[in-house]
Design a protein around this ligand. Sequence first.
Ligand code: MG
Length: 249
Amino acid sequence: MIPLKSKEDLEMMRKSGEILARIMRKIKEFVSVGISTLEIAQLAEELLKKENAKPAFKGYRGFPAAMCTSINEEVVHGIPSERRLKEGDIISLDLGLNYQDYFSDIAVTLGVGKINAKAHKLIQTTKNSLFEGIKKARIDNHLSDISYAIQNCVEQNGFSVVRQFVGHGIGRSLHEEPEIPNFGRPDKQTLLRAGMVLAIEPMVNQGSWECEILDDGWTALTKDRLLSAHFEHTVAITNNGPEILTLCS
Ligand code: MG
């Protein structure tokens, strides 16, 4: 069953999402050539503390950090380290927040300094595909309409969607039902209803969609070592259409 949020729950989810958006805005300003991913994650943790919020990822199934930082061919779940960002890198930042036991989740991919045209197109397409998916997050649509819209946008631009990782419902816990694949034909299985809150998160590869996991047990990277990008928003389905709770730019 997909949990439906009450009016009160939705108010709290809005607060959670607003805080997360505010934090991500500051983190985006901080990212630049020469900064280490550990420094980015430390900033995230400081900002969370200032907002009286808790990191949702730290300790989740043993994940060691507040934030996932995935560089270039890394798809998701990169562990922050001393590695410093170089001109031309792209970095995916994924941050989950727990505010009074209401969760929100966001991801963005940024270019570091000057990036090449291909990397720029990958980032732009991934972001666009997220918004194409969000447009379909409407009452009386089906969940698969979101998936189909994302995949279409990505493949029309010559890229591929990751199959191994998917979006998810979110609310009183980080991962709730349903799973939201970023691929698949439209079907009539799951009808969207007001009160559902979804973390929609396309992960898009420059080459093949296939991924593998590093020996650290976390970091997912593209099998062909080409670039990957990731965008995510926490979105409420309301009577007035989709409401992005984590809007940050
Ligand atoms: Mg997520």
